[in-house]
Design a protein around this ligand. Sequence first.
Ligand SMILES: [Zn+2]
Length: 442
Amino acid sequence: MTAYELVCGMEVHAELKTNTKMFCGCKNDPFHAPQPNIYTCPVCLGMPGGLPVANNKAIEWTIKLGLALNCKINLFSHFDRKNYFYPDLAKGYQISQYDQPFCYDGKLETEMGTVRIRRIHLEEDTAKLQHKTINGEKVSLIDFNRSSVPLIEIVTEPDLITPEHAKAYGKALRQILRFLDIADCDMEQGGMRLEANVSIRPIGEKDLPNYKVELKNINSFRFLEKAVAFEVKRQAVVLEEGQTPVQETRGWDDDKGETYSQRVKEDAEDYRYFPDPDLPPLRFTEEQINAWCAELPELPAALKARWASEYSIDPKYAEVLSEDKDSAEWADQIFRKAADQQLNPNAIANAIVNKKVAASVGDSAEKVIAAFTELNKTESMDEGELSKIVAEVVTENVDAVAQYKAGKVQVLGFFMGQVQRKLGKKVDVQLVKAALEKVLNS
Ligand SMILES: [Zn+2]
């Protein structure tokens, strides 16, 4: 059988967490709304005559994401109408960006290689459709709370070389969105959605395959990894039979552990994009872009490099502790305080990650350091105190000593319990065991 390699690009959508929607003043909080259809107005309900006004914060955040991903920024840009019919799109078109997205030509470094970013554009989300059965009747319900929520789309080049790489890219992207504090990325609710375009080619071939399968509606990184891995195998079988895999959209069924066909594309879709006449084009100055660039926070890669050089934090602990912004800021404070007190920040990172101390994000640095110091105390327990207590326990339990010496080694457990009770604190059991054996075997 031929050896194949993966050719995979990704399209990720994320809802921005601005206070208001993309083109109207309605509240942007679809996941916490107490009722459907309460954050609505004529604009986001798609009523004729409703005039959209672009949300400047959403534009600024999209460009900041572009800067964080090393993108070039279009100084002239505009919104387009993408025309198609679907019940969750009341206007009959979605406001999006076509030929002049805000950001293009960027890259994101992951531990498995560089991923080139083709473009980042800003658009509006659609309403949410729900199919239900009410009183025995099948109905479709529409909730417009989500209609016109700002939505960014980040498109990569086909640079993802393995299923694990696709997952690593998704996680790295989410980490940056969270560091910028512009999106919650709640995958379960659909606040972040993953799509992968998957095809394979014989190893050594340079041309892109003449087909691609779109994996859609994937709501976890783990499912993404599994679905891409499944497709690699499935497509290899089709190619080995001398066929070309069908160009289609597929979903992931986690119960069956396989992808399934959702929609076969007959023709390339024609959305008849054209510039939205209700929204003026946008112009930015270099000064404006530079000012936004200066406002970027310290991003994950820079943070991890600083932790390594200032505090010698092991990369695997840094990875866990920098997963989101809150955790990163929390760990940073702890490391700084620990270094001030001449403690070893990496030992504390180890204790937190491996749950040797009970610490959760938000606990004060003092509290975490105190817990760590306490833990250290148990480990370097005063040997004099320990041998004194061991001697006491041995003297008080002559019968048990006799049993131990006669070969009944299980008695050691009893001795250990006695010593720990007398010590009255959490101790390193290995230390106690060693001290006991030293006395009992002498
Ligand atoms: Zn509205």
